[in-house]
Design a protein around this ligand. Structure first.
Ligand SMILES: Nc1nc2c(ncn2[C@@H]2O[C@H](COP(=O)(O)OP(=O)(O)OP(=O)(O)O)[C@@H](O)[C@H]2O)c(=O)[nH]1
Ligand SMILES: [Mg+2]
Length: 457
């Protein structure tokens, strides 16, 4: 290559990089909300975008301006790469199944190459690049985020309020007895051991809550400790009683809590949750309906707490800490393939109602936001029988073919009579093989257009 050609090449490269765009997408969702499946679905659709007709609303594809997409390891070399291939292997393997619940953090970068439609870029460049960073992590750790903004006393008061609910109170009764009895013999010399034992009791209680599908489980590392298994950092708990904390314990509990905030939560969020500029808030509305009133209320509370932590436009601690500048939010009801297409609108509407307060906040701060019902991986097929009834065909956990009547979705937040009647939804399993790629989805093209479309013009 001559020096002139080399210079020409380098100049083009610099121009290209100057025009590169970047989205770091926060996929926010509690454990089981469908983060891993949705990220897998997004990658699958992007990688195969030009091969199929599955993305009618993704304009860059429809306008035939998409050159293609490529996966890269993330810019953060200390984090594992999101195992897209592993997820696809799970979904399309001999015993097709869902990828496992996530145990650690992983990241992936997608490079999207496209032809600009207008503006200066169109005149100077034949192609342009958008890089999209996606991060997957255990949902359990997400609920630590609100703790960054609460003092130990505030957190304890919040937990005391939660403990008033019948189910929680019942599950906590053994631990509460343990706290009460030990508090009577609290002593300076035995404090370490006493608090350690009570933390073990609190952890048992959290595990029971989890088994009963309760959602607000804090601190998250106590449910899923990762490298903190057995670490003294986890030897604390919220103070659950109305009586004052014994003097021998108060300082220690507060110290441990602060340590957890500063040395576990803050670095975690600074490392992974920094510089997000778009956000998906995933909500498993159907599971919450099925689990009943209590679970549903906890889900609403959890979304509220989480979105408060990302409160846009005010100078919250988190904002100062991370300085996130999220400029667009999609609120997403996941697993829409478990209901009939004509009910998707109802699902969207229900999520709209569930997040009314948060949407008002976003509106106030002029953050564009929209509500969607999607399936990252669609596992069912809708059929209309001769008599006009709609049914869903799919495969159950025993890999047997099942046909179920399309279940109902409430348009409003259920009343107490509705709760008594209850809601039941199917749980379809994947049943794919490699030839099925790209795997089917529901409305990912609309979601992609909303989140990426303005950066692909
Ligand atoms: N039918 C259907 N089920 C889904 C879909 N996405 C997720 N699921 C179900 O929900 C479960 C949880 O989904 P994940 O993607 O693992 O959820 P997650 O948010 O990553 O959960 P954690 O890793 O525990 O934080 C899966 O095992 C499936 O049973 C979907 O698009 N359609
Ligand atoms: Mg996951």
């Amino acid at each position: 290559m001559s020096r002139f050609q080399k210079l020409q090449h380098q100049t083009r490269d610099v121009i290209h990089r100057g025009f590169d765009r970047h989205i770091r997408l926060a996929v926010t969702g509690l454990s089981g909300a469908g983060k891993t499946a949705l990220i897998t679905g997004i990658l699958e659709q992007l990688l195969y975008a030009n091969e199929t007709q599955q993305l009618p609303y993704f304009k860059v594809r429809q306008q035939q301006r998409l050159n293609g997409c490529r996966l890269h390891t993330s810019s953060n070399w200390q984090v594992s790469r999101f195992d897209y291939e592993g997820s696809i292997d799970c979904l399309t393997g001999e015993t097709s199944k869902w990828p496992q619940s996530t145990r650690d953090v992983s990241e992936i970068r997608v490079e999207i190459k496209y032809q600009p439609r207008r503006g200066l870029a169109r005149r100077v460049l034949d192609t342009r690049r958008l890089t999209l960073d996606l991060i997957d992590y255990p949902g359990e750790w997400l609920l630590d985020l609100p703790l960054l903004q609460l003092s130990y006393d505030q957190w304890s008061r919040q937990q005391q309020r939660l403990l008033k609910a019948e189910l929680r109170h019942k599950l906590a009764s053994a631990w509460l007895d343990q706290v009460e009895a030990t508090a009577k013999v609290a002593s300076e010399e035995k404090a370490e051991q006493q608090l350690r034992d009570l933390a073990v009791g609190y952890r048992c209680f959290l595990r029971q809550c989890r088994e009963r599908k309760l959602l607000i489980l804090q601190p998250g590392r106590m449910v899923l400790p990762g490298e903190l298994e057995g670490a003294p950092a986890l030897e604390f708990f919220p103070w659950p009683l109305s009586e004052k904390i014994p003097e021998a314990w108060a300082k220690r509990l507060q110290e441990k809590y602060r340590y957890y905030q500063q040395s576990v939560i803050a670095p975690f969020y600074q490392k992974y949750f920094k510089h997000f500029n778009r956000q998906l808030v995933l909500v498993d509305v159907l599971q919450a309906l099925q689990n009943g009133e209590h679970h549903f209320a906890e889900l609403q509370l959890a979304i509220n707490e989480l979105m408060k932590s990302f409160s846009y436009g005010n100078n919250s601690l988190l904002k100062r800490l991370l300085s996130p500048v999220i400029d667009k939010v999609a609120l997403v009801a996941t697993k829409a393939d478990n209901i009939a297409p004509q009910d998707h609108q109802k699902l969207t509407q229900l999520l709209q109602l569930m997040t009314q307060k948060q949407r008002q906040e976003l509106q106030f701060d002029q953050i564009p936001h929209q509500v969607f019902s999607v399936a990252g991986i669609a596992t069912s097929q809708i059929k209309k029988l001769n008599d006009g009834t709609k049914v869903l065909d799919g495969v159950n956990e025993h890999r047997e073919f099942v046909r179920v009547g399309a279940p109902d979705v409430p348009e409003r937040i259920p009343s107490s009579t509705d709760w008594q009647r209850g809601y039941v939804y199917p749980k379809f399993q994947p049943d794919f093989n490699l030839q099925d790629s790209p795997l089917p989805h529901i409305r990912l093209d609309q979601l992609l257009e909303y989140v990426l479309g303005d950066k692909l013009k």
